[in-house]
Design a binder for this molecule. Structure first.
Ligand SMILES: [Zn+2]
Length: 190
């Protein structure tokens, strides 16, 4: 569980927290991994990297591979110090922890980033490039390296033989791990 930083999970180390949560999900039979995305700079956005979790479910022949992204600091990613009430209210509606498919993540990013843009425009302030939709998308949607902590998990065909894990179980697992994080319910952005 130690990442070498000397801190503990409770000490606020993100790397330790990612390992701990991913490890527990694996232990419960989920194909969970730490994903490290990395992207180059482009005329629009600077380069960067980001770490988050995912769970890949291959158990359904019908649905094929289902990938669920888990971002433990989802709301914090969108907080802005000098934003207006309208934007802040929107951010407050976000779950602290995001658990969901890529499509849902994409639509949330779109909504939040266009709201941020509007807010900064109204305040006549410059918006940092790391607030742009392209940058936010790069964090979770650019090519990433998946690191699985426990190599015992079956992938591909053999995974289909395992009992089908339910998505709701995942939510329960996370809630048990983080009892003070109760904002896991689906976000409703109007
Ligand atoms: Zn650490």
């Amino acid at each position: 569980m130690e990442c070498g930083c000397g801190k503990t999970m409770a000490g606020g180390c993100r790397s330790c927290l990612l390992r701990e949560v991913s490890g527990r999900l694996c232990k419960d039979g989920h194909n969970s991994a730490i994903c490290k995305s990395k992207w180059r700079s482009s005329p629009d956005i600077p380069s960067g990297e980001h770490a988050f979790l995912d769970v890949v479910d291959n158990s359904s022949l019908k649905k094929g591979e289902v990938r669920v992204i888990i971002e433990l600091n989802f709301r914090a990613e969108f907080e802005m110090a000098r934003a207006g009430d309208q934007y802040n209210n929107l951010v407050q509606k976000l779950p602290e922890v995001f658990v969901g498919k890529v499509e849902r993540l994409q639509s949330l990013i779109k909504i939040l980033c266009s709201a941020a843009k509007k807010c900064m425009k109204e305040k006549k302030m410059h918006m940092g490039p790391w607030r742009k939709q392209k940058y936010m998308q790069a964090k979770w949607l650019s090519p990433c390296k998946r690191t699985t902590l426990t190599p015992v998990l079956a992938v591909g065909d053999s995974a289909r033989l395992r009992p089908k894990p339910k998505e709701s179980m995942l939510t329960v697992d996370l809630l048990e791990m983080m009892p003070n994080r109760h904002c896991m319910t689906a976000v409703q952005v109007v």
